[in-house]
Design a protein around this ligand. Structure first.
Ligand SMILES: C[S@@+](CC[C@H](N)C(=O)[O-])C[C@H]1O[C@@H](n2cnc3c(N)ncnc32)[C@H](O)[C@@H]1O
Length: 346
């Protein structure tokens, strides 16, 4: 779902003077079941993000995961211009409303960040000074039962961040092979009882297909049982969400395109909440920041053709205990930052 400025050839949303469609101005939010003004999301590690991206007048920062626009607002308050992306039309509507006071300093677009290179070079051909990726879903998406992300509220088994694209969670749960379900529960959810859960789902769907979130959460809970404080179906829901939204594939594509989008000296900051994502970011930054590569089968080290960045954070930054206390969602966050080299040796 995209909205165009009258006469605008693309679906870019420049905030000033925008003739905003009713949904974007906080009308009945049919996807969320509440009004877009009630968007709740506390940004994670906001001071650290500002510290590393150093937004200021004359700089352009691309926030590829606008969400509730908490980080975006701080970037704009510091005087930088902002290109804001989100694949969720609901998040974009909210961000448009929240950021309208910044006028021409903001350009918003509904798109998957896997395509950020096309968008960024179209809007800012000279490159951007910073890229922010704050992965996963927003608290608002989790809280809106109609989106199907929540295992505590009854809703349709959907889980698509962009409800107009791709297959929904019901299709994965009701159609996929048992072995494929077990694999995603194991690989993406790190669920120890992945095979037993997949088996129970396949048996149950043979009687009656799954349609809603609580139905699935109950079936999974009966197999997994409660351990600790987290809901027994948390890992399976996480794996499903990551599958439905192709989250690992999108992250990989976005990381690959980041160096070409950054100006020399520009920085990329990535906040992850999942060990697989953090590992991907860590490996990517390492692979781009080594001048040479050495392999056991080679007689000598060779120069690295991908060498174009340096790591700003060797170890990931993590939230302070005070932040975790006030915003428990931050507890598993890891922030890694890398900088595009000023002189790239060819
Ligand atoms: C954790 S929230 C971001 C919160 C935001 N930083 C803030 O301060 O409010 C993640 C957002 O990224 C969006 N998102 C996740 N994956 C995406 C992707 N591949 N492309 C575009 N947006 C994505 C989600 O729809 C969600 O709104």
């Amino acid at each position: 779902m995209t909205w165009c400025l009258p006469g605008c050839p693309t679906n870019l949303l420049a905030v000033p003077g925008l003739e905003t469609p009713p949904l974007a101005m906080g009308g009945d939010d049919r996807m969320g079941g509440d009004r877009v003004f009630s968007f709740e999301h506390v940004p994670v590690m906001p001071e650290e993000v500002i510290h590393y991206l150093e937004p200021r007048p004359g700089k352009t920062i691309l926030d590829s995961t606008l969400g509730g626009a908490g980080h975006a607002a701080k970037i704009l308050q510091a005087g930088a211009a902002l290109i804001g992306l989100d694949q969720d039309p609901n998040a974009l509507s909210h961000a448009e409303e929240r950021l309208k006071e910044y006028g021409n300093a903001v350009v918003l677009k509904q798109i998957n960040f896997a395509q950020m290179l096309n968008v960024g070079s179209e809007i800012c051909p000279e490159g951007v000074d910073g890229i922010l990726m704050d992965l996963g879903v927003s608290s608002h998406q989790l809280d809106c039962a109609d989106r199907g992300f929540s295992l505590r509220h009854q809703g349709p088994l959907d889980m698509r961040m962009n409800p107009a694209e791709g297959v929904d969670a019901a299709e994965v749960i009701n159609e996929w092979d048992e072995a494929d379900l077990a694999r995603i529960f194991w690989e993406l959810g790190e669920e120890r009882k992945s095979r037993a859960v997949a088996g129970a789902i396949v048996r149950r769907r043979g009687v009656k297909p799954f349609r809603d979130t609580l139905d699935l959460a109950d079936c999974v809970s009966q197999i997994v049982g409660r351990r600790g404080r987290i809901h027994p179906a948390t890992r399976v829901f996480q794996a499903l969400r990551m599958t439905v939204n192709r989250e690992m594939e999108s992250l990989e594509a976005a990381l690959e395109s980041a160096p070409a989008l950054l100006k020399p000296g520009g920085r990329i900051a990535v906040i992850t909440f999942h060990s697989l994502e953090d590992r991907m970011v860590k490996r990517f930054f390492k692979s781009r920041s080594q001048p040479e590569i050495d392999r056991p089968e080679w007689p000598a080290a060779r120069s690295n053709p991908d060498f174009c960045m340096s790591r700003v954070t060797r170890r990931p930054a993590i939230p302070r205990s005070e932040e975790v206390r006030t915003n428990p969602r931050a507890r598993s966050a890891k922030l890694r930052v890398a900088e595009k080299r000023k002189v790239v040796v060819s």
